[in-house]
Write a protein that binds this ligand. Structure first.
Ligand SMILES: Nc1ncnc2c1ncn2[C@@H]1O[C@H](COP(=O)(O)OP(=O)(O)OP(=O)(O)O)[C@@H](O)[C@H]1O
Ligand SMILES: [Mg+2]
Length: 309
């Protein structure tokens, strides 16, 4: 089974204005809001692909209840820890020129008691056939080595971990050797201390070093340029699919969902790469973080170009 962990979920609210005037009155033309946060996006995309997952993490207040209700109505099982306060709402203001201004709330701070409750839920699911997806940032009160701690415990019970994190969370998590990681190019460059756009050869050799350290699969996503899929005996590179782009937000989460779905369904490495490319490109075609439809993903899969490395 797949269990997604979202410690810092959010309601993503996008408001559209003609022009955004700082210090002025801005009239909203239309607005949209959706439940989000990385792991939750992954659960929604797995569902769209036809798979199942359980979503866990922290939720709070009215916004938190809305997240739980939305997921349950979509047929996604949830097992959240409820905390004091209010889950954050992240507002994105998009003007007529497509310029984006973001206003992100902080969200609730997590007590050690609530963190222990979440760890207890994670322990409950940690079994040999479980794949945990640890995705995104963590809220205040949660230490930066939390993913490392979860990976260690999951491994002791024979579970598999896919980690999609950034900065210190990523760095600390790597110490416990998650089974699968999906950094994007910028995240990997920042981890390596590279301050310019690294060549594909550099990304490849650095990815290989991570494999040598004991990570079983390293997927490096490179936005519209595509992605590299590295594993011990079989590595691939795929150029990005040419699609009509609406919003690249959440493309990486869609790729993580495809990795989890492929694992759960026993896909071989080549088909996994194809599904990842198709699902992420499909996500780029939809507005906001809306998952792509399964039929579109399977059509796109036929178009994926794949080259052995
Ligand atoms: N403009 C695009 N056209 C086609 N495919 C794209 C485009 N942008 C992203 N993708 C696909 O999505 C994958 C993931 O994108 P990206 O590397 O931007 O992830 P990310 O930065 O982790 O995104 P996220 O915002 O979800 O965290 C890419 O490897 C590619 O397959
Ligand atoms: Mg990402």
């Amino acid at each position: 089974m797949v269990v997604t962990v979202t410690m810092n979920p959010a309601i993503d609210k996008t408001v559209f204005v003609d022009s955004f005037e700082y210090g002025g009155l801005n009239r909203i033309k239309s607005s949209e809001s959706d439940v989000g946060g990385k792991g939750i996006n992954v659960s929604k995309t797995i569902k769209s692909l036809g798979g199942k997952s359980v979503a866990t993490g922290f939720i709070a207040g009215e916004a938190g209840n809305r997240i739980e209700k939305c997921l349950n109505e979509a047929g996604i099982e949830t097992d959240f820890v409820k905390v004091e306060g209010e889950t954050r709402t992240n507002t994105k203001i998009v003007d007529g020129k497509g310029e984006l201004t973001e206003l992100n709330e902080q969200g609730p701070c997590i007590s050690s008691k609530k963190l222990s409750e979440l760890l207890e839920i994670i322990r409950k699911y940690a079994k040999e056939d479980t794949l945990f997806v640890l995705a995104g940032s963590v809220p205040g009160g949660v230490p930066k080595d939390i993913y490392a701690k979860i990976i260690k415990e999951a491994h002791e019970k024979g579970a598999i971990v896919l980690m999609d994190a950034d900065g210190d969370l990523f760095k600390e998590g790597l110490k416990e050797k998650p089974d699968i990681i999906k950094p994007n190019r910028a995240e990997l460059e920042s981890f390596l201390g590279i301050d310019h756009k690294a060549d594909d050869e550099v990304l490849y050799s650095e990815g290989k070093k991570l494999l040598d350290q004991g990570i079983k699969k390293v997927v490096i996503s490179m936005g519209k340029d595509g992605a590299m899929f590295l594993s011990e005996n079989e590595s691939y590179i795929c150029p990005g699919l040419k699609v009509e782009a609406n919003s690249a937000v959440g493309a990486g989460d869609a790729m993580v969902a495809a990795l989890a779905y492929s694992f759960e369904n026993g896909f071989n490495k080549e088909d996994t790469a194809r599904l990842c490319m198709a699902t992420s490109a499909g996500a780029v075609m939809t507005i906001g973080t809306k998952p792509p439809e399964r039929s579109i993903v399977f059509e796109l899969m036929e178009k994926v170009n794949i080259k052995k490395l």
